[in-house]
Ligand binder design. Structure first.
Ligand SMILES: [Fe+2]
Length: 285
C-alpha cells in the first residue's frame, strides 16, 4: 500500500503514514523530498524502523554526516548520535528529584553556533517516557513573512552573533565542553537556497547579540524577535508515539526538546544531514 502524507493542523509539519522504507522508488523519494521542503517537518508514523533503516531513510534527504560533538556518537554506527538525559536512565521513584524536568533543549536550530549549520536531522524514538518528551517546531521562513514590512526593512541587513558558550549551559541532553566552538557571526536574515524564501536566523538558544545597532536597541530587538518567533500558535508540537521518526529542515525551522520527568527514561537516535550553506564567519576572522 502506498504511503500517505497528511499535513498537521499547525502552521508547519506533515505526517507520513505507512512508508515501506525498504521499497522506496525514485519517484517516491522525489515526493518525500518535496514534502520535506513543503512542510519543513515530516513525522514518519506506523513504520517501525531499526537503526539500519533509520540511516537509509535519512539518506533519502541528504548525506548523513557524523555529528561534531563526538561524545554522543554510537560507535557501532557513526551516522547516529544517541540522545538521552540523566545518563539514559530513569531516576528511582523515591529520588527527591524524580519529578524534575530533564532532557530540555531550549529553542534553537541545530549547530547555529557554527559557520555551516546542518541541513537537517532525523530523530528515531528508541525509548519514550511515560510522560512528556515532546519536540516542538516553528517555521522561521513563515516567522519572517509575518513580520511587519517596517521590521523586515530594519533587520534585512543586520547580523547576529551566535554563541555555543551561550547555548551549551542550558542543555541537559547533549552537553559538551565549553569553548568547543568559537562564536560566529551570521546574517540575521538569509535566503533558503532551495525555497528561495527569506528566513529569520534567530536560533534563540545561541543568539547572543544583534550587531549594527546601539546595544540597548539591539538587546530589545533580539528579545522582541525571539518572543515573536516562539509563540505557541506558531508551533507544531510533536507528541511521540512508539516507532516515530521525525525529520526537519534545519534551514527554515527552530525546535525545542520540551523535556520529561527524571523518573522516566527517554532515548532517541539522531542522524545529521550535510549542509553546504555557509552562513557564518568566526568573530576573529
Ligand atoms: Fe536540536
Amino acid at each position: 500500500m502506498p504511503f500517505r502524507i497528511t499535513p498537521t493542523s499547525a502552521p508547519l509539519g506533515a505526517i507520513v503514514w505507512g512508508l515501506d522504507v525498504d521499497g522506496i522508488s525514485a519517484d517516491e523519494a522525489t515526493e518525500l523530498y518535496q514534502a520535506f521542503l513543503t512542510y519543513g517537518v515530516l513525522a514518519f508514523r506506523g513504520s517501525t524502523l531499526d537503526q539500519r533503516q533509520h540511516v537509509a531513510l535519512s539518506a533519502v534527504f541528504g548525506e548523513n554526516v557524523m555529528h561534531p560533538i563526538t561524545i554522543t556518537i554510537d560507535m557501532q554506527e557513526p551516522a547516529i548520535i544517541v540522545m538521552s538525559a540523566n545518563g539514559g536512565e530513569a531516576a528511582d521513584a523515591d529520588d527527591p528529584g524524580a519529578d524534575e524536568l530533564v532532557g530540555v533543549i531550549p529553542w534553537h536550530s541545530d549547530m547555529s553556533y557554527t559557520e555551516v549549520p546542518t541541513r537537517g536531522a532525523m530523530l528515531r524514538a528508541v525509548t519514550l517516557p511515560d510522560e512528556g518528551g515532546d519536540t516542538a517546531f516553528v517555521d522561521t521562513a513563515r516567522v519572517y513573512r509575518l513580520l511587519p514590512d517596517a521590521m523586515k526593512a530594519k533587520i534585512r541587513d543586520l547580523r547576529i552573533l551566535h554563541s555555543y558558550n551561550k547555548a551549551n549551559p542550558a542543555q541537559t541532553m547533549v552537553k559538551a565542553d565549553q569553548d568547543l566552538f568559537p562564536d560566529v557571526i551570521h546574517p540575521l536574515v538569509y535566503e533558503h537556497p532551495e525555497l528561495g524564501l527569506p528566513v529569520l536566523n534567530i536560533s534563540p538558544n545561541s543568539a547572543k547579540a544583534i550587531l549594527g545597532l546601539p546595544e540597548g536597541e539591539a538587546r530589545e530587538l533580539l528579545d522582541h524577535l525571539i518572543a515573536f518567533a516562539c509563540r505557541d500558535e506558531e508551533a507544531y508540537v510533536h507528541v511521540w508515539e512508539p516507532g516515530d521518526l521525525l525529520l526537519w529542515d534545519n534551514w527554515r525551522t527552530i525546535h525545542q526538546a520540551c523535556g520529561h520527568p527524571k523518573r522516566c527514561k527517554r532515548v532517541v537516535h539522531r542522524t545529521t544531514l550535510h549542509s553546504d550553506l555557509k552562513l557564518g564567519e568566526f568573530v576573529s576572522a
